[in-house]
Ligand binder design. Structure first.
Ligand code: ZN
Length: 330
């Protein structure tokens, strides 16, 4: 349920709008392209990053039929002017819907929203629903604003109302400028980002106010679940700082949101399943990126989980989170 894809061609938004480090693709040779950010090299990607057809046999190798696809967070463009962010999101959503349409038994799409503008985000959410996406992907912060900011609440409210699932993905990692070496933004910043997002939503009482909102957090919830003891203790010992907007113990939310299984460690995943229940843990891969679990679900299979837990992780949890029926893939 956690894979990334992008359009084969990106319009030259920087030229069109007259500013900004919008992502472009430079196709250097057959099957390879450089992602360029504001004219600078960002990352090299292969054809499986934009071609839905060639991804299907790559997944089939691991007995996986269906991929939940969403954009690459660097394409969110939350920093752009609202109307431009909305145009980028519309382009990404229409392109995604079109590119997966011929492969209905193999793909589920998640939309992108211009989160920098509440009204435009809700408008695009409705468009995503019309395109047939069962949910959307958003960032762990929006231009350094946490997800508890009041301007985001109407978006979550609209997600609940429309029955759209939300996938929260770390990006724009805190401390990035201070820890460029050793890939630390990805290894240290990302798990912290995801915990930042969960804590912000939990402490703001968003799950209290919107009990039917279905949210899944990337990378097994980052550092939130492994540090729940500390977070709970902080809630108990300094309620004057922590419990100012919601007096429910953060531990009570374990099992109320979903996470993916991307831990790369069987013991860690056992712990996560024990804490939130296997019906809240979804098979994720982060495919096609190297930090993902590219032998999709292999380590999960080798854990000798009870059959019920395995079925939850491999399909039921994702279907439950997305509100999607399995028989549409028969
Ligand atoms: Zn990812």
């Amino acid at each position: 349920m956690h894979t990334h894809i992008m359009p084969r061609e990106m319009p030259d938004f920087a030229r069109k709008f007259g500013y900004g480090d919008f992502i472009m693709l430079d196709h250097i040779e057959s099957g390879k392209a450089n992602m360029m950010q504001g004219g600078k090299f960002f990352r090299q990607i292969k054809e499986n990053c934009w071609n839905p057809e060639i991804r299907i046999p790559e997944y089939a190798k691991f007995n996986t039929q269906v991929q939940v696809v969403c954009t690459i967070p660097v394409l969110f463009s939350y920093w752009a002017k609202p109307e431009h962010g909305a145009e980028v999101a519309r382009f990404l959503n229409d392109d995604l819907a079109k590119s997966i349409a011929p492969f209905k038994k193999n793909y589920i799409g998640l939309g992108t929203l211009p989160m920098q503008d509440t009204d435009l985000a809700i408008k695009e959410l409705q468009h995503c629903k019309e395109l047939g996406f069962p949910g959307v992907q958003i960032g762990s912060n929006i231009n350094d604003k946490n997800l508890d900011e009041p301007e985001f609440f109407p978006i979550f409210e609209a997600c609940q109302e429309l029955g759209m699932a939300v996938f929260v993905h770390p990006w724009n990692m805190m401390g990035m400028a201070q820890m460029k070496k050793y890939w630390l933004p990805w290894l240290v910043g990302m798990p912290a980002e995801t915990s930042r997002a969960i804590c912000s939503m939990v402490f703001a009482g968003i799950f209290e106010k919107l009990p039917n909102l279905r949210v899944c957090f990337a990378h097994a919830g980052g550092s939130f679940i492994p540090t729940i003891g500390r977070i709970e203790h902080g809630f108990n010992c300094r309620p004057d700082l922590v419990a100012i907007d919601n007096d429910v113990n953060p531990r009570d939310y374990l099992g109320k949101f979903w996470v993916d299984c991307i831990t790369h460690d069987a013991d860690a995943l056992k712990f996560i399943i024990d804490k939130v229940g296997s019906d809240k843990v979804c098979l994720g891969s982060d495919y096609p990126f190297p930090l993902g679990d590219l032998e999709i679900g292999k380590f999960v299979e080798e854990m000798n989980l009870p059959q019920n837990d395995l079925e939850n992780v491999f399909s039921h949890s994702s279907l439950g989170w997305l509100g999607v029926n399995a028989n549409q893939f028969d």
